[in-house]
Design a protein around this ligand. Structure first.
Ligand code: HXC
Ligand code: NAP
Length: 266
């Protein structure tokens, strides 16, 4: 049951880069359920077509690589030709794998930075003159690793940290017509990201220990944060990065650490 008013996003056009699976697909679905016309983009054309079918409501699924500025710009122009200028743009395409810095080639590092950070620049730079102004809303999907260093993810930590600054700089440059915000999800159940970053019980336990809310996040909870950020309810919010992570960024919330914290100083 959606906590939002029916048709909250009626008349809006939304473009979701990386919206063909997982969290971003969940965002696209929720936008469509609330009345927006939606387009999703990923590299794999079949996956994009399936995602559009799953969303329904005349959603468009296109294939383009966010690393290729010309390709992503062409996809946006196609969407605008069908759906009119865009009101909402989400940049959520990402790549990740666990590897130590010394197990990573220069190309491996560059690949993730290219998808996450350069891809977000390409998506936001590419959409600006195709936006409905004023009142457009851009949302980048970042991660807690942007702030807290995480071993085996030097590429994603660096890329997401860059995304956080990109959000803030664009919020300064593009206000008041465009609001630019970010969402930083915690570990979200049943996603590719979780499968890659917590591949075994020990890793899952370590992630779980850090969550004060004591449960994994749900795709829908990220989608609802995205609806809030692009709605009028957030009309005075820009440059903000919203943690939707059950408190994961606060630190180690495991019973062992809590007990240590409560012990008298010696
Ligand atoms: C070391 C690796 C590697 C691994 C790939 N490479 N996997 N190096 N360990 N496990 C190296 C390759 O050998 C190659 O370097 C370089 O990376 C590029 O690999 P390609 O396969 O050619 O790249 P490409 O086809 O563009 O695929 C990109 C990808 C892939 C990132 C490698 O995994 C992908 O498409 N991922 C998209 C889906 C995804 O990751 N979703 C989860 C997002 S989760 P060489 O030198 O051999 O050429 C997420 C969680 C957020 O982001 C929280 C943390 C921030
Ligand atoms: P996912 O299912 O793998 O989604 C990634 C999406 O990006 C797919 O649609 C993928 O489609 C697309 N994509 C990847 N590389 C692309 C490229 N070069 N060009 C265009 N599209 C590309 O991942 P997820 O776990 O849902 O994560 C979604 C977002 O949330 C990411 O930004 C991630 O960093 C962030 N996040 C996730 C978690 C988590 O717990 N899962 C936690 C924190 C942050 P194709 O493969 O067809 O290209």
């Amino acid at each position: 049951m959606s906590p939002f008013r029916e048709n909250l996003l009626a008349g809006k056009s939304a473009f979701v880069a990386g919206g063909t699976s997982g969290i971003n697909l969940g965002i696209a679905k929720r936008f469509a359920e609330l009345g927006a016309r939606v387009a999703v983009v990923g590299r794999n054309p079949e996956k994009a077509a399936n995602a559009a079918r799953e969303i329904g409501r005349d959603a468009i699924g296109l294939s383009a690589d966010v690393r290729d500025y010309a390709a992503i710009r062409t996809a946006m122009e196609q969407v605008v030709a069908h759906q009119g200028k865009m009101d909402i743009v989400v940049s959520g395409a990402a790549g990740n794998f666990l590897a130590p810095a010394l197990g990573m080639s220069a190309n491996a590092f560059r690949t993730v930075v290219d998808i996450d950070l350069n891809g977000t620049f390409n998506v936001f730079r590419g959409c600006h003159d195709l936006l409905n102004l004023p009142g457009a809303s851009l949302i980048a999907i970042t991660a807690g690793q942007a702030v807290n260093p995480s071993p085996l993810q030097i590429h994603a930590c660096a890329a997401k940290a860059g995304i956080n600054q990109l959000i803030r700089v664009l919020a300064m440059e593009w206000g008041p017509d465009v609001r630019v915000t970010g969402i930083s999800p915690g570990p979200i159940a049943n996603t590719e990201g979780m499968a890659r970053l917590a591949p075994d019980a020990a890793a899952r336990e370590a992630h779980y220990a850090r969550i004060p809310m004591k449960r994994w996040g749900e795709v829908e909870e990220i989608a609802e944060a995205a609806v809030f950020l692009c709605s009028d309810a957030a009309r005075y919010i820009t440059g903000t990065i919203l943690d939707v992570d059950g408190g994961s960024q606060l630190g180690d919330a495991s019973p062992r650490n809590m007990a240590r914290g409560m012990a008298p100083a010696s």
